[in-house]
Design a protein around this ligand. Structure first.
Ligand code: ZN
Length: 100
C-alpha cells in the first residue's frame, strides 16, 4: 500500500514502518492505560520519552493533538482531537487512538 497523506486511513493493517515517519504508534495497551489513569500523556519508563495521545484527522489524515477531554472519575471518558492543519475537531474510538 502506498503512503497517501490525503487518504482516510483508519486501517488497522497500516504498517509500523510507515508510522515511524510520523512517530505515531499504535500502542493499544498504553492508550488503555492512559485512559484508565486519566492522563493524555505518559512517560515510557525505559526511554523516558513522553508519549501523547494522537489520532488521524478524518478530513485530511494528518495527525491531530488533544484539544480537550472529559474525565469520568479518575479515568478519561472522552478525548476530542483538533487537527492543526484544518482545525477540525473530532473524536475517534479508543481503538483508533495512537500515541506520538
Ligand atoms: Zn485536518
Amino acid at each position: 500500500m502506498l503512503p497517501n497523506k490525503l487518504g482516510l486511513e483508519s486501517n488497522y493493517k497500516a504498517s509500523n514502518e510507515k508510522e515511524i515517519n510520523m512517530k505515531a504508534k499504535r500502542l493499544p495497551s498504553m492508550v488503555k492505560k492512559m485512559f484508565a489513569e486519566g492522563e493524555i500523556t505518559m512517560v515510557d519508563a525505559e526511554t523516558k520519552y513522553r508519549y501523547s495521545l494522537t489520532a488521524k484527522c478524518p478530513e485530511d489524515g494528518e495527525y491531530a493533538s488533544v484539544a480537550r477531554y472529559d474525565k469520568s472519575g479518575h479515568s478519561l471518558k472522552r478525548v476530542v482531537f483538533k487537527c492543526e492543519i484544518c482545525s477540525t475537531e473530532f473524536e475517534v474510538p479508543q481503538s483508533e487512538i495512537m500515541v506520538v
